[in-house]
Design a protein around this ligand. Structure first.
Ligand code: SAM
Length: 340
């Protein structure tokens, strides 16, 4: 059959992009209330029974690897808030020892868990940290957990776990801290990744004048340090443009979804905590996988089929962004419900 014939070990779309990277969100719950993630509409949590079980997540990862996807990022919400998350990670790595498994976390709940992560084979963490000032941390996230995140970064480095620090670049909020962040990457072997603020989620507080652009970040950084492009960037860093900082142990990375999109290289699929497949961050078009996962009649072949067909018509997100008119957001769902 035509569809089955298309199910090869690599996923490609009609724009010729090959899709090899799954971002799977294991929960929409989070212990922070970051202003860029927050919706003025308030927080609406998914009912527990709608959230995929770990077995269902494992099934999706198995299908993804069968389809040739080699990288899986687990995210949320805050993934470490979910009960037994480390045991789940252990299962993922036990079943897929060669998977390029990544995690994105706010780092607040890692105390005491890092040796366990290391021992089950986790090699790196992306930790979100938008400021190096305790009071500002509280203003951005709504919680006073700055010390916990800094301790988590130190513990990761002590245990030889690689750390990338994700910073949402917010004009008027953290654009006065670039020098301090660069100093951190000079002193510690951590990669910084400044991400332009995106208009995601209904009633987002996003405004165009709050976008601290990639160009401004790079121009300003060059006032403090010498930067040299890192030439392994395409292979390992996805959309991040990476730069060595002279005299530094870590690097500076820039992710510019707003000012210079990278849709032509996008190799991602996202699955929300309630099992909806999103082929583009900026499109609210979703494919419901949970009923298939829970059906007694439909099985893995049906899941594969949906993922293959949906992937083929993966949109170009930047077309959606540029089509944004009076709407304050390009898509309705907030990041914590999609999985950032
Ligand atoms: N709780 C985890 C964390 O804090 O890293 C994972 C979920 S969080 C939604 C994932 C990432 O999305 C974070 O790095 C966050 O900074 C980023 N993010 C959320 N909303 C964003 C927005 N509107 N623009 C740019 N980045 C955003």
């Amino acid at each position: 059959m035509l569809v089955e014939a298309n199910i090869s070990r690599t996923l490609t779309d009609l724009h010729g992009r090959s899709i090899s990277y799954l971002r799977l969100s294991v929960t929409d719950r989070c212990n922070l209330r970051c202003l860029y993630c927050r919706s003025a509409a308030g927080w609406q949590m998914l009912p527990h029974e709608h959230i995929l079980t770990y077995e269902e997540c494992l099934e999706l990862i198995a299908v993804a690897t069968e389809l040739g996807m080699s990288k899986v990022r687990l995210t949320g919400g805050e993934p470490f808030i979910r009960k037994n998350f480390i045991q789940f990670l252990e299962q993922v790595l036990f079943r897929h020892p060669h998977l390029n498994l990544r995690l994105t976390t706010n780092g607040t709940l890692l105390n005491g868990k890092i040796p366990a992560l290391k021992s089950i084979g986790v090699q790196a963490l992306n930790i979100s940290l938008d400021t190096l000032k305790r009071e500002k941390f509280q203003r951005i996230t709504g919680r006073d957990f700055y010390a916990q995140v800094r301790r988590a970064i130190d513990q990761c480095l002590e245990n030889d776990l690689r750390v990338k620090i994700n910073v949402v670049a917010l004009k008027g909020i953290n654009d006065d801290e670039l020098e301090d962040f660069l100093r951190l990457a000079i002193q510690l072997p951590v990669d910084l990744r400044f991400i332009e603020f995106m208009p995601v989620g209904e009633k987002t507080i996003w405004r165009p004048d709050q976008v601290w652009t990639a160009k401004d970040i790079l121009d300003q950084a060059r006032e403090f340090v010498e930067l040299r492009p890192s030439n392994d960037q395409d292979k390992q860093h996805g959309p991040a443009r990476m730069f060595h900082i002279s005299g530094g142990q870590g690097r500076l990375g820039i992710i510019s979804p707003m000012s210079s999109h990278f849709c032509n290289q996008c190799n991602r699929l996202r699955i929300t905590p309630d099992g909806r497949l999103r082929t583009c961050l900026f499109s609210d078009h979703e494919y419901r996988l949970r009923p298939v996962l829970r059906s007694t009649k439909l099985g893995r072949s049906q899941l594969r089929r949906i993922i293959v067909l949906a992937s083929r018509i993966k949109p170009i997100g930047h077309d959606l962004l540029s089509g944004m008119r009076q709407e304050p957001a390009v898509c309705r769902k907030v990041m914590s419900a999609i999985g950032g």
